[in-house]
Ligand binder design. Structure first.
Ligand code: ZN
Length: 238
């Protein structure tokens, strides 16, 4: 009996050592991966903020594709928020530029940029409008879908801009819409101009997730959001 116990104890000991050894290797691997990524990131992420030449008489709009680099935002399987944000931002930039606006992007590639830096970029360029694009995710209810447009509480300009964007989106039956909301997002708090953050849709919802990755739907989203932003332009210059 004692021998059996001894044999089991020996096995348990060997097993524990083995587990500890594997955990150690795994941790080292993770550390190496993280360290490597961090080195790469500071290299990529370093960007200078240079003033932008504004087309005469045009408004300067800063578009911000949320997340980037190691910060992927929310995700559903292979679908990453950071990629959708950038893809729609580029389409939105095109729409606005075609309408005569001067547009600059906080990021044009897959790089990580701090929230403060995004806001500072808009402030230093003395932008007239700041628009940040994101995707949403609801853990509790996969049925939730629709675009939401956020502005900073107490900002009348922000509210008007958000309302105009939502009104423009509302004219399109194909886009679900959950209206305007207020939130204390840092990019809204730190920007000096009318600013909105648009959660374009829920990656947790199957239908919306499929739409969000579709080029045609992204183009439609960009068109409608641009319509709302441009309304702000005319209403203020008139
Ligand atoms: Zn986001």
């Amino acid at each position: 009996m004692i021998r059996r116990i001894q044999a089991w104890a020996a096995r348990l000991l060997v097993l524990s050592v083995l587990i500890l050894f594997c955990a150690g290797i795994l941790r080292m691997g993770i550390w190496l991966l993280e360290h490597h990524a961090a080195v790469e990131e500071t290299f990529e992420g370093a960007r200078s903020i240079e003033p932008v030449e504004r087309k005469p008489g045009s408004r300067l709009i800063v578009l911000d594709a949320g997340h980037g680099g190691r910060d992927q935002g929310t995700s559903a399987g292979e679908i990453l928020e950071k990629e959708i944000n950038l893809s729609v931002v580029k389409k939105l930039a095109e729409e606005l530029e075609d309408a005569g606006a001067t547009v600059i992007l906080t990021r044009e590639e897959d790089v990580k940029i701090g929230l403060e830096e995004r806001a500072a970029f808009a402030n230093q360029n003395e932008a007239d409008i700041f628009v940040s694009l994101h995707c949403n995710y609801c853990e509790d209810d996969a049925g939730v879908q629709g675009l939401e447009c956020y502005y900073r509480e107490g900002s009348d300009d922000g509210r008007i801009l958000a309302e105009q964007i939502v009104q423009s989106v509302e004219t399109e039956d194909g886009i679900k819409n959950r209206g305007t909301r207020t939130a204390d997002f840092r990019v809204l708090r730190k920007t000096d101009m009318p600013a909105v953050l648009i959660e374009m849709g829920y990656l947790s919802n199957k239908t919306e997730r499929e739409r969000m990755t579709d080029e045609t739907y992204q183009k439609l989203l960009a068109e409608k959001i641009a319509g709302g932003i441009l309304k702000q332009e005319t209403s203020e210059t008139e």
